[in-house]
Design a binder for this molecule. Structure first.
Ligand code: UTP
Length: 296
């Protein structure tokens, strides 16, 4: 009999309680996830991707100073009334993307920024015994078929724990969780261990885990017992690595698409330019400007 687990993923955790120190001083008062690529906040791209993958319950792990994020998903009756009166149907349509059904969104507080693993663990009571997705909104992925949708489809076939994987340059491995790969088939890598931010000499491969995961509930139990690891933070990578080392199924999924690391200044700027150039209303003016800059 084929070892196939067919399961549906309907819950996603969005850990947004980090301090965003790489964007200080801006992030002193603006949550990083509210920063925009052109005119849409990073969190909007993450929500759209989750919806496309069939996610129905959106769990935000937030912290002090993130109220702008909660406000973003509230209804805005006065604004809508004014737009309606002025016949601004395009803008009303844009606003609709921020609508969340009552009860579809939950906020959990992380009292202290103890790391991504700890942030995910904070949502344990809302997950119970189901598989769940984790989306890091500062990893923005432009793809014809949204990345999480690609993974959910793969997960329906294989089950297990799945992390989005991308190949990075040797000098970049020390910034990522790196997969130890024992085999591969099409886009799927079989993983038997992971190393969090290894040196280039110790890195088991150049396959890095990036901000999309589908995880089985067993990961929550691993997180419960984890101590702070690299960078003094509770690392999600360490829980997944433990699961892999103890015989749990862990896969890397080599998604199709262009990923932008919007948690870094350079990545955020690249994404801003790329997303603006993809827009009909902006591309000509911006292209002219970039040419001028290049040749001035
Ligand atoms: P990052 O390390 O990229 O984000 O965490 P950060 O800590 O906010 O930013 P820097 O490094 O100080 O600039 C990856 C994701 O995990 C969340 C972050 O909000 C981000 O979405 N996170 C991180 C938490 O929710 N809690 C934490 O304790 C740490």
């Amino acid at each position: 009999m084929r070892d196939i687990v067919k399961r549906k993923v309907t819950k996603a955790i969005f850990p947004v309680a980090g301090l965003g120190t790489r964007f200080l001083p801006a992030t002193k008062s603006i949550p990083k996830e509210i920063m925009t690529l052109v005119d849409r906040p990073l969190i909007q791209y993450a929500i759209d991707e989750a919806r496309a993958a069939g996610i129905k319950e959106f769990i935000f792990v937030t912290a002090k100073g993130k109220s702008a994020l909660e406000d973003y998903f509230d209804s805005a009756p006065e604004l809508e009334k004014t737009l309606r009166k002025k016949g601004k149907t395009d803008l009303l349509r844009e606003l609709r993307a921020t609508d969340m059904d009552s009860g579809a969104i939950a906020y959990i507080r992380q009292r202290e920024a103890l790391g991504l693993g700890h942030a995910v663990w904070c949502a344990r009571r809302l997950i119970s015994n189901e598989p769940f997705a984790v989306i890091l909104p500062d990893d923005v992925i432009a793809a014809e078929k949204p990345c999480l949708q690609q993974m959910v489809e793969q997960y329906a076939e294989t089950g297990g724990n799945m992390v989005a994987a991308t190949k990075v340059a040797p000098e970049e491995v020390s910034a990522y969780g790196i997969l130890s790969v024992t085999g591969s088939k099409d886009k799927l890598l079989t993983v038997d261990d992971m190393a969090e931010k290894p040196s280039v000499e110790d890195a088991p491969s150049r396959h890095a885990a990036i901000g999309r995961y589908i995880l089985e509930p067993a990961i929550m139990n691993r997180l419960k017992d984890l101590k702070q690891g690299s960078g003094d933070e509770v690392q999600l990578t360490d829980a997944i690595a433990q699961e892999a080392r103890n015989g749990g199924k862990v896969y890397g999924y080599c998604f199709e698409g262009q990923r932008y690391d919007c948690g870094s200044k350079a990545g955020y700027l690249k994404a801003t330019v790329a997303f603006a150039l993809a827009r009909d209303d902006l591309k000509d003016e911006l292209t002219d400007f970039l040419k001028q800059l290049r040749f001035s």
